[in-house]
Design a protein around this ligand. Structure first.
Ligand code: PGA
Length: 256
């Protein structure tokens, strides 16, 4: 048994629609029982327009829902942005921040991301904070340097958050949506590095903070990944769109 309760979050990205979501919610409701929920914390993150639908379908279950992103500002004239208060109003318990697709495609930087995390926490939302290196950075052998910088910017906000309300998602960018997952040993080495680096930067509860892995997690590789001592679950993209696959991954987290 791990000292930390595993957590699995589904990041639907810009996929889905009312009917497809109904199908997915129905599948999740049918297979995820109280026993599984007592062993694993489960979250789904649909696109913003479907958060109300998630509330309607999951409100009477223990499956939580959350945003894929949140604004770095509180409110006002920021066309297209969605605030932490609005997510909270829609029943979200969580939000993802700093996903690599937002970092690389939309130019989000560490300072903005840690500000988002701060605002979300202040608004009673829990945070999944994504970090990870690109293929180029791994090939140049600067993975640890890149992660150290990302953790350094986030350290004050991590240190101020209760352990159960803050999750780090390690997502090597080269493994996201590529079918090419990090090996369990590769991922474990990085997770251990993240934990010791947080502790060295003054995060006193680094041992209690969950660090989940993301990047081509599937039913076939989930158990091997989640069995590693510092891998506390997963952030799941593609496989979270298929109820049976997502449920199989959640079961692997309970066993891991
Ligand atoms: P993937 O995405 O599981 O499709 O690789 C993971 C993520 O981007 O969170």
């Amino acid at each position: 048994m791990k000292p930390r309760k595993p957590l699995v979050a589904g990041n639907w990205k810009m996929n889905g629609g009312t009917l497809a979501n109904e199908h997915l919610f129905t599948g999740l409701r049918a297979s995820i029982d109280r026993h599984l929920m007592s062993q694993v914390e489960l979250i789904v993150c649909p696109p913003y327009p479907y958060l109300g639908q998630a509330a309607a379908w999951l409100g009477d279950t223990d499956i939580a829902w959350g945003g894929q992103n949140v604004a770095s500002l509180e409110s006002g004239a920021f066309t297209g942005e969605v605030s932490a208060t609005m997510l909270e109003d829609l029943g979200c318990k969580w939000t993802i921040v700093g996903h690599s697709e937002r970092r690389t495609l939309l130019g989000e930087e560490d300072e903005t991301i840690s500000r988002k995390a701060e605002l979300a926490l202040a608004q009673k939302l829990n945070v999944i904070y994504c970090i990870g290196e690109t293929l180029d950075e791994r090939e140049r052998d600067i993975t640890e340097e890149v992660l150290r910088q990302q953790i350094e910017r986030a350290a004050p906000v991590i240190a101020s958050a209760p352990a159960e309300r803050f999750v780090i998602a390690y997502e090597p960018v080269w493994a996201i949506g590529t079918g090419r997952s990090a090996t369990p040993e590769q991922a474990q080495a990085v997770h251990e590095f993240i934990r010791t680096t947080m502790a060295a930067m003054g995060v006193q509860h680094a041992r209690q903070i969950r660090i989940v892995y993301g990047g081509s997690v599937k039913p076939s590789n989930a158990l091997a990944l989640f069995s590693m001592p510092d891998i506390d679950g997963g952030l799941i993209g593609g496989a979270s769109l298929v109820a049976d696959e997502f449920v199989a991954i959640c079961r692997a987290a309970a066993l891991g």
